[in-house]
Ligand binder design. Structure first.
Ligand SMILES: [Zn+2]
Length: 141
C-alpha cells in the first residue's frame, strides 16, 4: 500500500491509499479518485510542505482478515460520510478551532480537518475530545 497526499481543484487536501503508484495513475485516469470533501474528480498529487512531509518509514496501524471486515469498513465509511456531510471543514485550522470550541471561545459545532502529529499530541494534552477520521483504501478485490 502507498499513501498519497492529494489535492483537488477546490484546494482540499486529503490522503488516500493505493496498492501502488500505478494503481493510483490508473484509478485517476478512470475518474474514480474523488475528493472526500467536494467529490471533485479533478485531483492531483499535492506537493507536501517539508514541515508536514511524513517519512516513508512512518508506520500506521492496519488490520486484515476479520470475518466482519466488509461490515466494519462500511460502518467506517458511513461514519466518515456522516461527519463530512454534517460538520464544518476547517482544514489546517483544526487544532486551533477544536481548542476554541473546547474552551468555549467558539460556538459548539462539529468540525473536521487536518492536524499534524504535534497538534494531535497537544489536543490530547489539553483534554480536547476528538476522533480520527479514517481514510479507507479504495474498494478493490
Ligand atoms: Zn475537494
Amino acid at each position: 500500500m502507498i499513501t498519497f497526499a492529494l489535492l483537488c481543484d477546490n484546494q482540499h487536501r486529503f490522503d488516500a491509499w493505493f496498492r501502488s503508484a500505478e494503481a493510483f495513475d490508473e484509478q485517476l485516469a478512470r475518474g474514480i479518485v474523488s475528493c472526500p470533501v467536494c467529490a471533485s474528480i479533478k485531483v492531483e498529487k499535492a506537493l507536501m510542505a517539508p514541515a508536514v512531509a511524513r517519512s516513508g518509514s512512518d508506520k500506521v496501524t492496519v488490520s486484515s482478515g476479520h470475518p466482519q471486515q466488509a461490515e466494519i469498513r462500511e460502518l467506517l465509511r458511513a461514519m466518515r460520510r456522516k461527519v463530512v456531510s454534517e460538520a464544518d471543514y476547517v482544514g489546517d485550522r483544526f487544532a486551533e478551532e477544536a481548542r476554541k470550541i473546547h474552551f468555549r471561545e467558539a460556538d459548539a459545532r462539529g468540525i473536521y480537518g487536518e492536524a499534524t502529529r504535534d497538534e494531535v499530541a497537544g489536543l490530547i494534552d489539553d483534554g480536547v475530545d476528538f476522533l480520527p477520521l479514517p481514510n479507507l483504501p479504495d474498494e478493490h478485490n
